[in-house]
Design a protein around this ligand. Structure first.
Ligand code: UT7
Length: 332
């Protein structure tokens, strides 16, 4: 049986900074406790990128360098680099441009994807579409965020959640029916008042008045966002399963965005899959926004088998949310 061209993940790599910010250290910074954070979120520690002038591109480039080395890919062969991030080094040039330069991908077109916590699955679907077109043979999709650059470490409701990190995958054409099979991506901009950074964009530039105000940091109405996240992530994962006549037993792994263990558990329950089939690293990395899903793929790479059915699912700022159904393409 011959298949049309699909886009398969043929390698994955990640990078997390060395510095570990523990719940115990956060107890000294804000009025919180290890017990509250663990019970309400599942997070024990997160990584923080230290070092002057080091931004998201540093972590993304480290992930991509590892990816190219492990897959034996010449950077000059890369056709495109897409970087999902909400924490670009600067407004422009975009982070993907910087990464392309840092890894020597001189023949690649490159751009950023801003879809918050759903950024990686949006970028994956975009990169896969380029491969399916037939014109692109090697596309690198990155999810990377230096959340510590936008977190307000005086706000105990949000500073306990986030960490820094980067993950990257290589997409290549496949004719065995493996790789990205389907994606359902959604958005609802009316969520803008519940999860945002107010200042620093064109509507509200940084001024002398707001430079030290909380407006320049990440804001989230956690309780309200939780309600949307828990229903919409589960809804879209279920929709994907129904569309492909899949039941829990058919799924090898759910690879969810790591925002809160309780949201992940609820999604898995709705899908009818047990905890052993859920990739989870939130306890070690917290919420790294664009990087959560590729970091999970990196952590679990050795467990995945060729032909495994994976459902990737995310919900985040915008709102944006969605699910990707893919068949894993290799044994490692
Ligand atoms: O990735 C992008 C999408 N984001 C998400 O999906 C995140 C969605 N939201 C969440 O994960 C959760 O809502 C949070 C983890 C942010 C908060 O958990 P929660 O169970 O919804 O807590 P809550 O906001 O309802 O707060 C419960 C209590 C409050 O005290 P009162 O009003 O009951 O006295 C808070 O003030 O916990 C208090 N609280 C804390 N206590 C200790 C809030 N933050 C903390 C804290 N330490 N860090």
């Amino acid at each position: 049986m011959t298949h049309k061209i699909t886009a398969a993940i043929t390698a994955v790599h990640g990078y997390v900074p060395d510095y570990i910010l523990t719940n115990q250290e956060l107890e000294k910074m804000v009025d919180t406790s290890d017990q509250w954070i663990t019970e309400r979120t599942g997070i024990k520690e997160r990584r923080i990128l230290k070092g002057e002038n080091k931004g998201t591109s540093f972590m993304a480039a480290e992930a991509v360098k590892g990816l190219l080395e492990k897959s034996g890919t010449n950077p000059l062969e890369i056709d495109a680099i897409i970087c999902a991030t909400v924490t670009p080094d600067m407004l422009f040039p975009c982070t993907a441009n910087l990464v392309a330069d840092m890894v020597g991908a001189k023949n690649a077109m490159s751009f950023d994807m801003l879809a918050a916590c759903s950024g990686f699955i949006y970028a994956l679907e975009t990169g896969a579409s380029y491969i399916q077109l037939g014109r692109y043979k090697k596309v690198v999709v990155i999810g990377a965020d230096k959340m510590s650059s936008i977190v307000n470490y005086k706000d105990r409701t949000s500073c306990i959640l986030f960490g820094d990190g980067a993950g990257a995958v290589l997409l290549e054409p496949n004719t065995e029916g493996l790789g990205v099979i389907d994606a359902i991506l959604k958005s609802d901009g009316s969520g803008k008042d519940l999860l945002y950074i107010k200042a620093g964009g064109s509507a509200c530039p940084i001024t002398e008045e707001n430079v030290n105000s909380p407006d320049r940091y990440f804001f989230q109405d956690g309780k309200a966002v939780f309600k949307y996240a828990v229903t919409r992530m589960a809804d879209v994962a279920e929709e994907m399963m129904k569309r492909h006549h899949l039941v829990g037993e058919d799924i090898a792994y759910l690879v969810p965005h790591q925002a809160n263990k309780r949201i992940i558990d609820a999604t898995a329950e709705r899908m009818g899959i047990g905890p052993e089939k859920v990739t989870m690293n939130i306890e070690r990395y917290g919420n790294t926004t664009g990087a959560t899903i590729p970091l999970c793929l990196w952590d679990y790479e050795k467990k995945f088998k060729k032909g495994d059915n994976l459902i990737l699912a995310a919900f985040g700022g915008g709102f944006t949310w969605g699910a990707v159904y893919l068949k894993w393409a290799y044994n490692s």
